[in-house]
Design a protein around this ligand. Structure first.
Ligand code: FES
Length: 540
């Protein structure tokens, strides 16, 4: 009988069975091996490191070609767990989950509200909005938590002074449920509660590592897109994944059962290892797929009569535009391409990722994360390669190579290629994002030149080259002087709410005023989308 040792644990496996099937059957896929296709070799998420016994595995499949050249048999072989099969009855194969160290934006533009906490202490009495909810004699602290689909960031705040004492960042451990919200919703439907328990367990681990008494943490503010926020709170997310794509809290408002999409509960109810009566506040959602993370970003922006646009580029991209008197919001189903998903050459922003690319006559000038060889191209590099290939006219507006080729070589050793199908996948993604921006401007009756501020939120936007982004039509033609990169403004907005009752109340009121646009209901949606797939600047 062959033997599989996964993360140090023995698992039964049959000859001919894939590693992923055995790992999943043993209940070990959770917390470790991601899978969004699932098992079809498309999502490239189920990478494992084979530490021993690779000669007892089946030959590399076509889906694994990108890994073959990056595996060093002296150190470790990387395989897709859904593709590698056991070939011998006497096999002993030792495998570990593949760990990647992501480049995570820890902070960003801060909310400007003055320190005015809604959690206070009077002697040993803990007060929330002036009402007693528990007792604690020592120092009191709070956590602002941004739960992103890919990464999570938390800030520890001293609730007596408002000072930030510490920060933590980690990859969202729910990755095993898929890389985007649709796969997470589906996973949660088949495995109710597992994603919720996983994020709470990881949060507890981070809390234990903080330099304060967990019992003195008396408040948590949580921001996230509707799926991430509601999975955190253990709320059923199925309705977010099907038309009309509404969270349970939004549906409750429409049915007159509640007045706000914000949620309140206690640390004990959620199993979070803080003060047992600690208050946990989920920031309000805006509408449909536009969530509490966008509300948190808005908490950091100055709202006045000057038109602005904010885009937060991720697997789901949110766009908000307008001014104080009228704000519009939309979500764009961008998909994971700019995070490296579904691309032969793509990779997340981690060690070995190419972040910047410039074409030269005999090859490329590359900037990488870390000192090792190039393992793939992450978001900012992908924007660059499209823009550079357009600048040199090696590809046309449809991403076709002018010389009839199907790919261009980025690096020789190990070999890395950018293909026609990579260009086409990215063109679809950038079309979704460009379309969202264009539709919001159209509804406001303004053009890019009318924007007084163009806020770019998130880690990807922190690194994107503005000229490259404009050249391929991912970014609007807004002058550099009006572009403001605001980093992880979501965690900063959550912190603003934690520090200030007026900030919390202001955002609760603001989200009710925002008009949500469903892009696919635009009468010319398909024409506009087709136009936006073209790799050229958006017209001014
Ligand atoms: S599960 Fe293996 S590539 Fe998607």
């Amino acid at each position: 009988m062959p033997e599989l040792i996964f993360n140090g644990k023995r698992i039964d496996i049959a000859v001919g069975e894939t590693l992923l099937a055995a790992i999943a059957r043993a209940g070990e896929a959770a917390h470790s091996v991601a899978s969004s296709c699932p098992g079809a070799g498309r999502c490239k998420e189920c990478i494992v490191q084979v530490l021993a016994g690779s000669d007892a595995l089946s030959d590399w499949t076509q889906a694994e070609s990108f890994l073959r050249h990056h595996s060093d048999s002296e150190v470790a072989v990387h395989r897709l767990a859904c593709q590698a099969r056991i070939t011998r009855a006497d096999a002993v194969v030792r495998v570990e989950a593949f760990k990647r160290k992501l480049d995570i934006a820890m902070n960003g533009r801060a909310a400007a509200d003055t320190f005015d906490p809604w959690i206070t202490r009077d002697g040993a009495r803990l007060l929330c909005d002036g009402k007693e909810f528990g007792n604690h004699a020592g120092s009191i602290h709070g956590l602002a938590v941004d739960v992103g689909t890919t990464t999570c960031v938390l800030h520890l705040v001293d609730l007596s002074t408002g000072d930030t004492l510490d920060m933590r960042a980690f990859e969202n451990p729910q990755r095993f449920g898929g890389s985007d919200v649709i796969h997470r919703i589906s996973y949660d439907g088949h495995n109710p509660g597992q994603l919720h328990r996983t994020i709470i367990a990881y949060l507890n681990r981070e809390i234990r590592s903080l330099p304060v008494d967990p019992n003195g943490i008396v408040a948590l503010v949580v921001a996230g897109n509707p799926t991430m926020r509601d999975l955190f709170f253990g709320i059923d997310v199925r309705s977010i994944g099907q038309s009309p794509f509404m969270s349970a809290t939004q549906a409750d408002i429409l049915a007159g059962r509640r007045r706000s999409t914000a949620v309140w509960t206690g640390g004990q109810e959620l199993g979070i290892d803080i003060h047992p009566q600690g208050r946990v506040y989920g920031m309000p959602l805006i509408s449909n797929h536009v969530g509490a993370d966008t509300a948190a970003v808005l908490a950091t922006l100055p709202l006045n009569d000057r038109p602005f646009m904010m885009i937060d580029i991720g697997t789901n991209t949110e766009v908000v535009a307008g001014c104080e008197s009228r704000l519009l919001a939309a979500s764009c189903a961008a998909g994971p391409a700019f995070e490296g998903g579904r691309l032969g050459c793509g990779i997340a922003a981690c060690e070995g990722a190419i972040t910047r690319m410039r074409r030269r006559p005999d090859g490329w000038d590359l900037s990488l994360i870390g000192n090792g060889p190039a393992r793939g191209i992450c978001g900012s590099g992908l924007v660059d390669i499209l823009a550079e290939l357009r600048r040199t006219e090696e590809i046309d507006v449809l991403g076709r190579f002018d010389d009839g080729e199907t790919r261009v070589t980025v690096a020789d050793s190990p070999p890395l290629h950018f293909t026609r199908s990579d260009a086409s996948e990215l063109a679809q993604t950038k079309a979704a994002i460009g379309l969202g921006q264009a539709v919001l401007l159209r509804h406001l009756g303004i053009g890019p030149g009318d924007l007084r501020a163009y806020y770019l939120a998130g880690a990807f936007a922190n690194h994107i080259d503005l000229e490259s982004g404009r050249r391929i039509g991912l970014l609007l033609p807004v002058p550099d002087g009006h572009v403001v990169r605001i980093g992880n403004a979501s965690v900063e907005g959550a912190k603003g709410v934690l520090r200030s009752r007026s900030c919390r109340d202001r955002i609760e009121g603001l989200v009710r005023q925002i008009e949500h646009l469903e892009l696919e209901k635009e009468p010319d949606f398909f024409d506009l989308f087709a136009e936006m797939t073209q790799l050229q600047p958006i017209s001014a």
